[in-house]
Ligand binder design. Structure first.
Ligand code: SF4
Length: 301
């Protein structure tokens, strides 16, 4: 795998759909880094890497392999926050360097989308970035505030609409359990409402897990956040899908953090997805652990 040639700064992450992409680290970390549930970039100071650094990485690739690169994922957490001119220059350089390149993707924070003008978004799309992976996490303002994810329902909605108008293929992430017990149903319903209003091409659900260093741990200890049990997570997931009426959306809940793997096309497969969740709940109802806390396998914090 070509990615083994690079020496990345710290751990790099990519969406599951980018498993066969060359990962190029154009920035290090996440410029926002405020979300309590996210530990991905907590140990990294944010910086944009220079063009020279990125070129030096690419010179490590043997010339014979340059023609085999078809997909590039531009890391880290929110490389879309780079100045538009720099990002566009980088895309042009990638296209010249990798003649078979046909797919450029990046993570996009909704507020980073708002920091671009409509013209800039269009120019970035025309430069070749096709897929935006947007971490929405929740459509509930109360949940976003609780877990310190910057932005509101209205800002997320407008960001998705503007990205869509610029021609991007949008893949959204919703984080099950991120509102804890207090906001579980509100989180499910408001997130579904946001999806219904914006119809992204892909909806991905992950499940909130409590890792070492998570900013949720102090909230749990001070009783401001109660982790969902497995049963409650299934109930929340069920409510989310039940409230979705978006059409022609590819729905994926296949991340390793999820209890069971679900995949389908909405609205065609909605009933099938709901039946699978209901069956899973029935099968596990008598298992005592189904009603215990479950967050990254931990019951104590
Ligand atoms: S969830 Fe996204 S925006 Fe929030 S800290 Fe993690 S990478 Fe940054």
């Amino acid at each position: 795998m070509l990615n083994d040639i690079f020496e990345y700064e710290g751990a790099v992450f990519r969406p599951p759909r980018e498993w066969d992409s060359l990962i190029i680290q154009a920035a290090v970390g996440c410029s926002r880094n405020s979300c309590l549930f996210c530990v991905m970039y907590k140990k990294k100071g944010f910086r944009i890497r220079s063009f020279e650094e990125i070129k030096n990485d690419i010179t490590r690739i043997p010339a014979a392999y340059l023609g085999s690169v078809k997909k590039i994922f531009i890391a880290d957490g929110n490389a879309l926050c780079m100045a538009s001119a720099e990002l566009i220059a980088l895309c042009e350089y990638f296209k010249k360097t990798f003649p078979a390149l046909r797919h450029l993707s990046v993570y996009a924070n909704p507020l980073d989308i708002h920091e671009k003008t409509d013209g800039e978004l269009k120019a970035i799309r025309e430069a070749g970035i096709k897929n935006l992976y947007v971490g929405i996490e929740s459509g509930s303002d109360a949940v976003l505030k609780l877990v310190k994810k910057e932005g509101s329902y209205a800002q997320m909605k407008l960001a998705l609409e503007r990205a869509h108008a610029a021609g991007f293929v949008i893949s959204v992430t919703i984080l099950l359990g991120v509102g804890g017990k207090a906001y579980s149903m509100e989180h499910a319903r408001r997130s579904a409402e946001l999806m219904n209003e914006t119809s992204p091409r892909f909806i991905n659900t992950l499940t909130a897990s409590i890792y070492e260093g998570s900013g949720l741990i102090p909230l749990i200890r001070s009783k401001k956040f109660e982790v969902l049990t497995d049963r409650e997570t299934i109930d929340e997931h069920y409510e989310f899908i039940k409230c979705l009426d978006a059409d022609r959306v590819i729905y994926r809940s296949t991340h390793v953090s999820n209890m069971l793997s679900l995949e389908g096309t909405l609205s065609k497969d909605k009933e099938k997805l709901l039946e699978t969740l209901a069956k899973f709940k029935d099968e596990n109802e008598s298992d005592p652990s189904f009603n215990l806390l479950k967050a990254g396998g931990r019951n104590e914090f």
